[in-house]
Design a protein around this ligand. Structure first.
Ligand code: FAD
Ligand code: NAP
Length: 332
C-alpha cells in the first residue's frame, strides 16, 4: 500500500537520505597510493584504526604502469599493480580498513574534521591524512592513450632507463621539461625538447643547463599533433610556426615521448581550508607533514612539487602517520 505524504514531509525525508550515515573515527586516510597505504601501515601499527578511502584509482598512479624498477626491496622489479596490492595487503595485515569511496567535501573548521564520502556519508575524524596525489597533464591527443606504456610517459625518472642510447622527445618549456630533458640527456643518444613558443618558461639556471647539454636540441615554436609507429612510438608529427605563412609539418623519429607540461595536484576540495602554492600543491610545515590545520596532514605527490616518486610518497606517508599519532596522543 502506498502511503501519501504531504510535500513538506517528502522534502525532509529527501534531505535526510542525502546524508545516510555519520561515523566517528580516529584517523582517516584519503587516497590509496604509496603515500596513503604507507600512512595506513604506520597508523594501524600505532593502533589508530585507520580507515582508507581509495578514491577512483584504487592503488594510485602506479596501477597505470607496468614495471617499477626503482622501488627498493624488489631486486627483480615489480609491476605497479602488484606492488600496490602488496602495500594494501600489508596495511590490512595490521588492521587498516580499506574502503572504496571518494572524498567529495571537507569541513576543517572545528577540532573534529568532517569529510563527506560519496556525497552520502560523513566521517568525523580526529585526524585526517591527505594523500590524494597529483595528475600529470597530457596534451589531449588520441595517440597519447594509444601509446600509453608503449613509448608515452609523463615521468622521465621512472621510465628514462628504458630509453638508454635511444632518441626521445620531451614536450614543455618549464622547469620540469628542462629538468627531464637534462636527465634524459644523460641516458639517451638524443633529446628533442619541443617548445610551443620561442622562449622557455624555465628558470635561467635550467635554461643554461639545457643550452650547455650537447645532445639536447630545442625545437622552438613546434606543436605536437600526432605520434606514429607500428607496435609503439616510432616518431612524432609536429607543426612548426602554426598559423603563420611559414607553417610547416615536421616528422621526427623518436622511441619515447615524454610529457612535461605540468601536473595538477588533487587538492581542489581542501583549498578552502589549507594553504596551497600557486599550482595547488598543499603546503606543509617544512620537515613535517603538518598543514596549517591542526590534525590535518598531507603526504605524497599532493604536497610535493619536486620529487613525485613512489619512494618519496611512501616516506612522507610514514611521516604523516607518525605526526598524526603524536598529535592524537598530545590531545589526550
Ligand atoms: P597516487 O599514487 O597518485 O595516489 C593518489 C590516490 O588518491 C589514488 O588512490 C586516488 O584514487 C586517491 N584520490 C584522489 N582524490 C581522491 C578523493 N577525492 N577521495 C579519495 N581518494 C582520492 N614513481 C616511481 O618511484 N617509480 C616509477 O617507476 C614510477 N612510474 C610511474 C609511471 C606512471 C605511468 C606514473 C603516472 C607515475 C609513476 N611514478 C613512479 C610516480 C608515482 O606513481 C607517484 O609518485 C606516486 O604514485 C605518488 O603516490 P601518492 O600516494 O602520493 O599518490
Ligand atoms: P609550468 O611552469 O607550468 O610549465 C609548463 C610548460 O608546459 C610551459 O612551458 C608551457 O608552455 C608548456 N605547456 C603547457 N601546456 C602545453 C601544451 N598543451 N602544449 C605544449 N606545451 C605546453 O610547469 P612545470 O615545468 O611542471 O613547473 C611547475 C612549477 O614547479 C613551476 O613553478 C616550476 O618553477 C617548479 N619546478 C621547479 C623545479 C626546480 O626548481 N628545479 C623543477 C620542476 C618544477 P608556455 O610556457 O608556452 O605556457
Amino acid at each position: 500500500m502506498e502511503i501519501f505524504k504531504p510535500m513538506n514531509l517528502q522534502r525532509d525525508d529527501q534531505k535526510k537520505s542525502a546524508i545516510e550515515t555519520t561515523e566517528k573515527i580516529k584517523c582517516l586516510i584519503i587516497g590509496s597510493g604509496p603515500a596513503g597505504y604507507t600512512a595506513a601501515i604506520y597508523a594501524a601499527r600505532a593502533n589508530l584504526k585507520p580507515v582508507v578511502y581509495t578514491g577512483l584509482q584504487a592503488g594510485g598512479q602506479l596501477t597505470t604502469t607496468t614495471e617499477v624498477d626503482n622501488y627498493p626491496g624488489y631486486p627483480g622489479g615489480v609491476t605497479g599493480p602488484e606492488m600496490m596490492e602488496d602495500f594494501k595487503k600489508q596495511a590490512e595485515r595490521f588492521g587498516a580498513e580499506v574502503r572504496f569511496g571518494i572524498a567529495t567535501a571537507v569541513d576543517f573548521s572545528s577540532k573534529i574534521h568532517k569529510v563527506t564520502i560519496d556525497e552520502n556519508k560523513i566521517i568525523e575524524a580526529e585526524s585526517v591524512i591527505i594523500s590524494t596525489g597529483a595528475t600529470a597533464k597530457y596534451l589531449g591527443l588520441e595517440a597519447e592513450t594509444k601509446y600509453a606504456g608503449m613509448g608515452v610517459s609523463a615521468c622521465a625518472t621512472c621510465d628514462g632507463f628504458f630509453y638508454r642510447e635511444k632518441d626521445v622527445a620531451v614536450v614543455g618549456g618549464g622547469d620540469t621539461a628542462a629538468e627531464e630533458a637534462t636527465y634524459l640527456a644523460g641516458l639517451c643518444r638524443k633529446v628533442y625538447l619541443i617548445v610551443r613558443r620561442d622562449v622557455l618558461r624555465a628558470s635561467k639556471t635550467m635554461q643554461d643547463k639545457v643550452a650547455n647539454t650537447s645532445n639536447i636540441e630545442i625545437l622552438w615554436e613546434h606543436q605536437t599533433v600526432d605520434l606514429f609507429g607500428e607496435n609503439g612510438v616510432e616518431g612524432v608529427t609536429l607543426v612548426k610556426k602554426k598559423g603563420t605563412s611559414a607553417e610547416e609539418i615536421v616528422k621526427i623519429k623518436i622511441d619515447g615521448f615524454f610529457l612535461a607540461i605540468g601536473h595538477t595536484p588533487n587538492s581542489e576540495i581542501f583549498r578552502k581550508y589549507l594553504e596551497t602554492d600557486a599550482v595547488g600543491y598543499i603546503k606543509t610545515i617544512p620537515g613535517t607533514s603538518k598543514t596549517i590545520v591542526p590534525g590535518v596532514f598531507a603526504c605524497g605527490d599532493v604536497q610535493d612539487p619536486h620529487y613525485r616518486q613512489a619512494v618519496t610518497a611512501a616516506g612522507s606517508g610514514c611521516m604523516a602517520a607518525i605526526d598524526a599519532e603524536r598529535y592524537l596522543s598530545e590531545m589526550k
